[in-house]
Design a protein around this ligand. Structure first.
Ligand code: NIG
Ligand code: FE
Length: 412
């Protein structure tokens, strides 16, 4: 059965827009008084609402009252929302001026979240995930990447990934799991970092693959985590096993993004420390550059050079990095709005980074724009002009939201 949803004051289809580089707002190709034709959870077309209705007299009508602006659902291509506990103590120390080392010495940092997450059962993690997914859906996010990385041994990483799989089945959002067993070398592993990575390659990744728990892997390349040589070896071996690659790169020091480009990673994420050299490398590659403004806000550090990346020709996505340590807020639209204000991004660039460019970071070709054949993942804001969305800096939430064509949030 075909259904026409509308009329919307404006539809921003974000279709036929450039995959890489800067984008002006003229490229948005706004449809005024628009309608969307939906069939079997997919978009069958978009256009003028009255024309669609006249052309298809038998189609069911889902009437939209008042001024509403329609966008594709957001794709959050980088989160760590499978965690237990919190790190409010870390945050208090950080805003009081304590260093990374002082916080780690006081028992904080990633290892604290590993300890707290190891103590939680799989069922508890599913419950925590479901709450965070519900919040993300209410804020317009219909596809969510979720990393492991707070287990850091075979049994605990599998527990995290199984929780993500369950939560995916139980929730309306689509979850994209990523194995981040290479987050840091766990404190209880004896041996060098290279031996830990070998252990992950030999003992964990085959199980992840056989159980269908994740098709992508991630590594944190940084002085406090894994070095470039060990990471290069790990990533090439994982690629050989058939995994897609993403990298935590250039957060505090450079080097990670070059490895990401070299191994053909789908994305290189963070990039706060990237210089002109790294920007050039990313722009010349097919690796999506992912800015994580939530981590900059959580740590009180500068943003990734989003404007420079776009001007150089890179594909820029924007994700929340929602995690208990560096990015506890998790409000993707708020973070993207603030990034845009500081980095001088056009509305088109910010929306591209939250939708079809973020889908590219996850190698998903079926979402991120409103055009024929795409999933009917959509959100509508109560306003007459699309510019009001970023203007409200995250305080305007979607009034309606559809996943695979069915309405989950109605007239809020
Ligand atoms: O993306 N940089 C490394 N990993 C996370 C932080 C995770 C944590 O602090 O628990 C990040 O910011
Ligand atoms: Fe992260």
């Amino acid at each position: 059965m075909q259904r026409i949803i509308g009329p919307f004051t404006q539809i921003l289809p974000l279709a036929d827009m450039p995959l890489k580089g800067s984008v002006s707002d003229d490229a948005l190709h706004i449809i005024p008084n628009g309608g969307v034709l939906v069939e079997n959870g997919l978009i069958a077309g978009t256009g003028d609402f009255e024309t669609l209705r006249k052309d298809r007299p038998k189609a069911e009508i889902e009437e939209i009252a008042g001024s509403q602006v329609l966008l594709p659902g957001f794709v959050d291509c980088h989160t760590h929302i499978c965690f237990a506990g919190d790190r409010a103590k870390d945050y208090a120390m950080r805003i009081a001026g304590k260093s990374y080392l002082e916080i780690a010495k006081a028992g904080g940092g990633i290892w604290d979240s590993v300890t707290q997450t190891r103590q939680a059962s799989e069922t508890e993690l599913v419950g925590l995930l479901k709450n965070r997914i519900t919040r993300h859906l209410a804020e317009g996010v219909t596809t969510i990447e979720v990393k492991s990385g707070y287990g850091l041994n075979v049994e605990q990483e599998l527990k995290q990934l199984r929780a993500v799989k369950q939560a995916d089945q139980l929730s309306r959002a689509d979850l994209v799991p990523t194995c981040l067993a290479a987050h840091i070398k766990p404190k209880d592993f004896t041996g060098p970092a290279s031996a830990y990575l070998e252990y992950i390659l030999n003992d964990l990744l085959p199980k992840v693959k056989n159980e269908g728990l994740a098709r992508r892997i991630d590594i944190f390349i940084e002085d406090s985590a894994f070095n470039i040589d060990d990471a290069g070896h790990y990533l090439r071996a994982a690629k050989q096993m058939g995994f897609d690659i993403t990298v935590h790169a250039d957060q505090f020091t450079t080097g990670g993004s070059s490895v990401a480009v070299e191994v053909g990673a789908a994305s290189a994420d963070h990039l706060e420390a990237s210089t002109d050299k790294e920007i050039k490398g990313l722009a010349a590659s097919d690796t999506v550059a992912v800015a994580l403004p939530g981590a900059s806000l959580g740590l009180g550090i500068g943003f990734a050079p989003a404007r420079k990346l776009l001007d150089a020709g890179a594909c820029l996505a924007i994700a929340s990095d929602w995690n208990p340590g560096s990015a506890p807020m998790g409000d993707l639209l708020l973070q993207a709005s603030v990034l845009g204000a500081y980095e001088k991004l056009t509305t088109a660039e910010t929306f591209a980074g939250l939708t079809y460019r973020a889908a590219k970071a996850l190698n998903l070709i079926d979402r991120g724009s409103l055009q024929k054949g795409m999933l009917a993942d959509m959100q509508a804001y109560s306003c007459a002009d699309y510019r009001e969305i970023l203007y409200n800096q995250g305080k305007l939430k979607p009034a309606r939201l559809w996943k695979n064509g069915s309405q989950l949030i109605t007239d809020r």
